[in-house]
Design a protein around this ligand. Sequence first.
Ligand code: HEC
Length: 176
Amino acid sequence: MKHLLTLAACAAALSACSPGKPAGTAISSSAKFNSELPMSEFMGHFVDPAAFMYWKASGTEITEAGERDLSPTTDEGWDVPVTGATMLMEAGNAMQLPGRVRAPEADWIKYSQLLTERASIARAAAEKRDKKAVFDEGGKVYEVCVACHAQFVIEPEVKANGAAKADPLPAMPGAK
Ligand code: HEC
């Protein structure tokens, strides 16, 4: 419905606007970014908590008492994965800021954009409260984390030390 209204408004104004896209995509000449936080801080205190807000809202937990569905049951509960996915969408943007991009740049940019893209789909699943989709899309977000870490964390470590510690990322919770 929103899209129809936007289209109607565009047609009426005979202006070239694309629905869903902000007006300006070029970086303002007065923009100034503070990207002084090291990548490890940005990951550990922004990306990781955001991802866990999302992942913890799906799957099942198996205890002695039996199997428990981890999906939210309240409005506030469902807000958590929506918030987590929102933060991940923006994390993909923030990872492309000057000072954050690592070489080979094309790959870094590709993973960052893929994070935003998949987080956007994941966000929509949480908004719809579609339990299966939240689980599946959470898995697809996880794949992006793993892929980027393989190339930008583990591979350099192997090159430098001949061995890697491990993926810095723990297993996705709720996954069997
Ligand atoms: C575009 C590449 C990229 C993507 C995508 C990415 N990471 Fe990272 N991540 C890194 C790099 C590089 C480091 C190592 C930072 C360093 O120590 O310099 C890192 C480190 C981490 C760490 C360790 C932080 C610490 O305390 O040292 C965690 C946790 C982490 N990432 C979580 C995630 C999660 C969760 C996702 C997916 C939602 C993700 N990352 C996606 C590049 C990425």
